[in-house]
Design a protein around this ligand. Structure first.
Ligand code: GLC
Length: 639
């Protein structure tokens, strides 16, 4: 990282250029607003760029401000109004009424127009945020579920057009649902225009990628690089005949990592970002953000430059389209995770949202072990997230589950990290005695012993296998995610307890990737099952609706307040304390299939008088033994 002293104000020449660029495009008030934002966010933009691009920062900043000015001038009045509304209510996404849903547009509803037709369904559930999986035009054939983008300014033809996307964003906005889209910024498809130009020998575009003439540097990097897809895409570099070189490909061979050390790449992605914001996207999911910066001798993840880059991108959007939020997709170990929400110098300047991968892993770990001690230690030792941010909490997503259990956390509770990870893989693959889980092993890596797991939440919870504890387990898993604070996001199909798709491999291009087993298609018949109280679908749908409604009534769940782990009593009960200025909230979660308890006197200690269980809607009463008793897999939200 370059170091330079922080900068105060944009250069006068730049301000003059912006003013003249805006005179024809907006009125005096609009101009003034933009200039105020530019002044407010300039230091973050400039310093972020300076940390990465050194002497090229000034020139890059000037190019970016020009793009931001043009984007602002072209921004629809409706979206400019949204910018104001969000600035007046900057905590809008931290409020407990926020609940999200994530889906592939085609699998959820056929097309973008189909998604608009299912807005009522989403509203019935209580959804305020909709993440549609990659829908910008991917390469033909296998595209890693759309994560190999061939054109960021075009929509997948079978889903609709860019105009349909704008129309959907508007419909959602009018229904109080924020549209979330991916910005795949670590790599492009081998068929993207930049990669094609590089392959055709254009040096400008060759410099957009990491290309090596021989194996010397790739081998040196491989010494410390892990493999993301050891099974179907081993190694991190791919030979390309057209390039006559090795190109960096962290994921699949057809996903070329771009070179963020090149400021031209920064400018390109900035332009794409502004395009998405102006199409009505309210949250961008920064895909695989941890991998952006490469450094020899490291695992090339979580490098400090990643945060400087995010800071500069974030400042740029604050200037042009401040309604836009950033969500970091960094599936990294607990120690690195909080940095994506901003620690130290980047506090409050990077992503607004980040996936709580640790919580997700610990939820499944607690359910398998029937024991909360590891989770209590790991979650209890996470540094606090900045109060202006929120976690994305979730039980499942479109990806496999990697057992991100830290060896030190495991050792602290007297178990072996390696053995516990192996147990979790066995358990969720249904290979452990007594396990009703029906997961599939993903990316078994003989070199490390790693085995990740695919499968829907219902199949992992035992519902597919007909275990009667399945529904309560699935609801408890969601209660844990929904009671943590942040935006809980439901993965499409989980609200209907949909099992693994046994035909996942039938679709061309999907054969090698069993993550498709948990990316179900939702038919009308599937949706209709939500009203059948006798079915798992009906019970889970009803249970989730109740959780969402209870959340919305609990200001204690506002994301500005963090969760703490309260002192443990029974190793089967996780106590989660939230000290909100309005009063404390204690979440109790029994992760076992037997009755378990928690001492009632703790409520006094936490200052909870006249305790009510917000989930059951009833007063909380201790048993004669002075304990609060929880039924198998019961959750209580006590306020
Ligand atoms: C993210 C996505 C995953 C994809 C990868 C490469 O981790 O969630 O599905 O394979 O990025 O884009």
């Amino acid at each position: 990282m370059h170091s330079s002293k922080p900068t105060g104000a944009p250069p006068a020449t730049l301000l003059a250029a912006v003013e003249s660029q805006l005179t024809t495009a907006t009125d005096a008030a609009g101009s003034e607003l933009f200039l105020l934002r530019l002044q407010r966010w300039w230091p973050d933009l400039h310093d972020g760029l300076a940390a990465v691009y050194g002497s090229r920062a000034e020139d890059t900043a000037a190019r970016l401000v020009q793009l931001a000015t043009a984007a602002y001038a072209a921004r629809e009045p409706d979206l400019k109004r949204l910018d104001l509304v969000r600035s007046l209510e900057p905590d809008w996404f931290q409020q407990p009424a926020m609940t999200g849903y994530a889906a592939y547009a085609d699998r959820f509803a056929g097309t973008l127009a189909g998604v608009a037709d299912r807005v009522d369904y989403l509203r019935e559930l209580g959804i305020r945020y909709l993440h549609l999986m990659p829908l910008l035009r991917p390469r033909d054939g296998d595209s890693d579920g759309g994560y190999a983008v061939a054109d960021y300014r075009d929509v997948r033809a079978d889903l609709g057009t860019v105009d349909d996307l704008r129309a959907l964003a508007r419909t959602l906005r009018e229904s109080g649902i924020s549209l979330v889209l991916d910005l795949v910024l670590n790599h492009v498809a081998r068929e993207h225009r930049w990669a094609e130009a590089a392959r055709a020998g254009d040096q400008r575009y060759r410099d957009y990628f990491h290309v090596f003439a021989d194996r010397e540097l790739p081998d040196a990097y491989e010494g410390t690089l892990p493999e993301v897809f050891p099974d179907f895409a081993p190694g991190n570099f791919s030979w390309d005949d057209d390039l006559a070189g090795w190109v960096w490909t962290t994921f699949n061979g057809f996903q070329w990592d771009v070179n963020w050390a090149n400021p031209d790449v920064f400018v390109e992605y900035s332009d794409i970002l502004l395009f998405l914001a102006n199409a009505g996207v309210e949250v961008v999911r920064l895909d695989a953000i941890a991998f952006l910066w490469k450094r020899l001798g490291t695992d090339c993840q979580n490098q400090p430059e990643v945060h400087a880059i995010t800071q500069a991108l974030h400042a740029l959007t604050r200037i042009a389209c401040p309604a836009l939020l950033f969500k970091a997709e960094a599936i990294v170990g607990p120690a690195d995770l909080v940095h994506y929400l901003g620690q130290g110098a980047h506090h409050g300047k990077v992503s607004d949202l980040a996936y709580h991968n640790s919580l997700m892993v610990q939820i499944w770990s607690m359910l398998a072990a029937g024991d909360v001690r590891l989770a209590a230690h790991a979650l209890g030792h996470l540094p606090p997230a900045p109060s202006t941010t929120a976690w994305i909490t979730y039980v499942r997503c479109h990806d496999d589950i990697g057992w991100a259990i830290d060896d030190r956390d495991a050792a602290a509770v007297g178990i072996s990290g390696w053995a516990h990870r192996a147990f979790l893989s066995d358990y969720y693959a249904g290979e452990f005695a007594g396990s009703a889980a029906r997961g599939l092993v993903f990316q078994a890596n003989p070199a490390t012993g790693d085995r990740r797991i695919s499968g829907t939440a219902a199949s992992l919870a035992g519902i597919e296998a007909g275990d009667e504890r399945g529904v309560p387990r699935l609801l408890l898993a969601h209660a844990l995610a929904f009671g943590w604070g942040g935006i809980p996001v439901i993965w499409s199909g989980d609200e209907l307890a949909m099992p693994n798709d046994p035909h996942w491999a039938d679709e061309p291009g999907h054969q090698g990737d069993n993550r498709w087993t948990h990316r179900p298609r939702l038919t009308e018949a599937d949706l209709d099952r939500r009203t059948d109280a006798g079915s798992a679908a009906g019970q889970v749908f009803g249970g989730l609706r109740a959780l969402i409604a209870a959340r919305a009534r609990l200001p204690h769940l506002d994301a500005s307040v963090g969760s703490e782990i309260a002192p443990l009593a029974d190793p089967g009960v996780l106590p989660v304390l939230r000290r909100h200025p309005l009063g404390a909230m204690l979440g109790l979660y029994n992760v076992t299939d037997s009755w378990r308890c928690y001492p009632a006197w703790r409520l006094d200690e936490f200052g909870i008088a006249d305790p009510q269980d917000a989930l059951a809607g009833t007063p909380v009463r201790a048993g004669e033994d002075g304990n609060l008793w929880l039924a198998p897999y019961q959750a209580m939200w006590i306020v």
